[in-house]
Structures are given as structure tokens and as C-alpha cells.
Ligand binder design. Structure first.
Ligand SMILES: [Zn+2]
Length: 112
């Protein structure tokens, strides 16, 4: 069975396809699924300290020592984080360094 996207207006799951568009049974909103995918994408652009755009899957390198919140651990300048994931919030990068899950600010890294 084809999975239909939720209504982008009211988040209802009661949507149904009709002649190339999808209609929400709850609020009546109609949309074109071919275009809604673009709208659903996170278009936020995250840039490193040099202004290079970062994307999920990139490798980044710390440009300064960072103290980890709530612990005495310090992430050393030059530490590499592979296969980063971009997330919302003031820390844009979700990654692992030395096996620990860490959130980083993009302004403290450069693309590796
Ligand atoms: Zn709706």
C-alpha cells in the first residue's frame, strides 16, 4: 500500500490522492506531492568557520578545544568527526567523536 504524506497544514493522516494531487479530508487542503517533498526538506544552510556549506555525512575537524558541557572531557582541536548529521537547534551538528555522541556548533569546525 502506498504511504500517503500527512497534510502539511493540519498534519492529518486522512489524506487521499485525487488526479495528481493529494487532498486532506480534514481541512480540504490540496497539494502536489511532487512539490511537497521540496517543501519538506530542511533548507537551512549550515556553514563551517570558513563559510563552506556542510551537509550530513561530511567529516569535520574541530578548530579549537571545546569543553563538553556537564563533563570534564575536552575535545581537542583537530579532533575529527566523521559522518556528521545536521540537526535543528543552536548546535547544528550531531556527531560522534571517540565513540561519544556530541553536538557541535558549526562555527567551531571546518570541513575535513
Ligand atoms: Zn489538513
Amino acid at each position: 500500500m502506498q504511504e500517503l504524506p500527512c497534510c502539511p497544514v493540519c498534519q492529518s493522516e486522512n489524506s487521499y490522492p485525487d488526479e495528481g494531487v493529494i487532498i486532506c479530508a480534514d481541512c480540504g487542503y490540496e497539494w502536489d506531492p511532487a512539490h511537497s517533498e521540496v517543501a519538506e526538506q530542511d533548507e537551512r544552510i549550515v556553514k563551517d568557520c570558513n563559510g563552506n556549506q556542510l551537509v550530513s555525512g561530511d567529516t569535520v575537524i574541530l578548530i579549537k578545544d571545546l569543553k563538553l558541557k556537564g563533563s570534564s572531557q575536552v575535545l581537542k582541536k583537530g579532533s575529527k568527526a566523521k559522518n556528521i548529521r545536521l540537526v535543528d537547534g543552536d548546535h547544528e551538528i550531531d556527531c560522534k567523536i571517540d565513540g561519544s555522541a556530541i553536538m557541535l556548533k558549526a562555527c567551531f569546525v571546518k570541513k575535513g
